[in-house]
Design a protein around this ligand. Structure first.
Ligand code: XUL
Ligand code: CO
Length: 446
């Protein structure tokens, strides 16, 4: 494409600060600003997804696409469209000034009539992506295979009742894992698209679990075989598109991985809206993953509290996000992961620039959440109050219980003798909530 797709944005989007009213400037995100001794850009490792932003026309179940995405026009040669899409996507990424992007195989290259043709299409597009990366300096946060859109996957991929579908999915993941390796991806994601069920009347749960475990072992084996050094990530989600997805939430996935001796091979890619669909706060999912050493990466977005589906909106609540970022900082920060915007414009946001407004707002929300979370860490109040709450466990009684020296007889004897007589202690929730709010409100002064 010779013409710019986003001619009204010069880029890179500058940092202009809170006093600026320029809608095409960051108010808080300042990549080189040091936060807790580390660049903001290195804390957040922001990525943009190529599916919602470049491969979705703005359709919903009641209506067709509303967005101007010429490369999706069915009358265009799909490979010509694929290259046009990449031109527009890399123009956007470069102008936005983020370091990373993410994609599924089918976001960037079309299926051919045979698998060999599909592979040739992907190879050609990956060549073009490598060229764009070399030109712009953008990096791949993660790659993934789309194992849910094609009708062959209607009953799942690895958990399909037909082993031929399992084999086809295996071929697709092999191909995309190798493409991710070639592009030096930092991670490879497996979201269980249709790994779940619609009705138990036709579903053998034990069999499907065994199939999924086998599939994940094959992926891990292939990772080592080709020498891919990135992290393999599973992305939990409780439902949608299937009525019940097997990778329901963090607790379920960790249990599954441990049951099948896969916990050393995989970590988790946590999405905000998936946490809320599972009935959890995002902070909960992040904290639980960290407590098991399993946090990998984040898909940043949000849902809408009035409905129960995955609206994938751009994040805009510092109050909510800063608590999750606080957990991430407390856990030592992200390593190979980042914050990928797995986010969709609203269907009426059809101007080309809307994609910039959406990402700029989401990135500023993240940056402000980082400042607030860093202030919570720096003040030390939350950490101090939490360790005071558990202080008993570091004293002789707690230590003797945890180390297995005190059995029921010993403990009961001491209680009976009146030596142990616990008093309820305040959990100080409101005090803690005030500490958090003060840090959120004051964060910009730091
Ligand atoms: C679906 C979802 C996916 C994964 C990648 O809800 O989040 O886009 O992130 O397959
Ligand atoms: Co996602």
């Amino acid at each position: 494409m010779d013409r710019a797709f986003f001619p009204d944005v010069k880029g890179p989007v500058p940092f202009a600060g809170l006093d600026s009213d320029d809608p095409l400037a960051f108010k808080v995100y300042e990549p080189d600003r040091l936060v807790l001794g580390k660049r903001m850009a290195d804390h957040l490792r922001i990525g943009v997804c190529l599916w919602h932003s470049f491969s979705w026309p703005g359709s919903d179940v009641f209506g067709s696409g509303t967005f101007d995405r010429p490369w999706l026009d069915a009358r265009m040669d799909p490979m010509v469209g694929a290259h046009e899409r990449l031109d527009a996507a890399f123009e956007f990424l470069d102008k936005l000034g983020v370091p990373f992007f993410c994609f599924h195989d089918r976001d960037v290259s079309p299926e051919g009539r045979t698998f060999a043709e599909t592979q040739a299409n992907l190879d050609a597009v990956v060549d073009a992506i490598a060229g764009h990366m070399a030109r712009t300096g953008l990096r791949l946060l993660w790659g993934t295979a789309n194992l849910f859109s094609h009708p062959r996957y209607a009953a799942g991929a690895a958990t399909n009742p037909d082993p031929e579908v399992f084999a086809f999915a295996a071929a697709q993941v092999k191909s995309m894992l190798e493409a991710t390796h070639r592009l030096d991806g930092a991670n490879y994601v497996l979201w269980g698209g249709r790994e779940g069920y619609e009705t138990l009347l036709n579903t053998d749960l034990a069999r499907e679990e065994a199939q999924l475990a086998r599939f994940l072992h094959l992926v891990a084996e292939h990772k080592h075989k080709i020498g891919f050094k990135g992290t393999l990530l599973i992305e939990p989600k409780p439902q949608e598109p299937t009525k019940h997805q097997y990778d329901y939430d963090v607790a379920t996935v960790i249990g599954f991985l441990e049951r099948h001796h896969l916990e050393g091979e995989y970590r988790l890619n946590l999405e905000v809206n998936h946490a809320t669909l599972a009935g959890h706060s995002f902070q909960h999912e992040v904290a639980l993953a960290i407590s098991h050493g399993m946090l990998g990466s984040v898909d940043a977005n949000r849902g809408d509290y009035q409905n129960g589906w995955d609206t994938d909106q751009f994040p805009n609540s510092v109050d909510e996000l800063s608590l999750a970022v606080f957990e991430i900082l407390r856990g030592g920060g992200l390593t190979t992961g980042g914050f990928n915007f797995d986010t969709k414009l609203r269907r009426q946001s059809m101007d080309h620039d809307d994609l910039f407004h959406a990402h700029i707002g989401g990135i500023d929300t993240l940056a402000q959440s980082l400042l607030a979370a860093a202030a919570m860490i720096e003040s030390g109040d939350l950490e101090r109050l939490r360790s005071e709450r558990y202080a008993g466990w570091t004293r002789p009684l707690g230590a003797s219980i945890l180390e297995g020296q005190a059995g029921l007889d010993t403990l009961a004897g001491r209680v009976l003798a009146g030596e142990i007589d616990p008093r309820p202690v305040s959990g100080r929730q409101e005090l803690l909530e005030n500490v958090v709010n003060r840090q959120i409100w004051a964060a910009n002064r730091h």
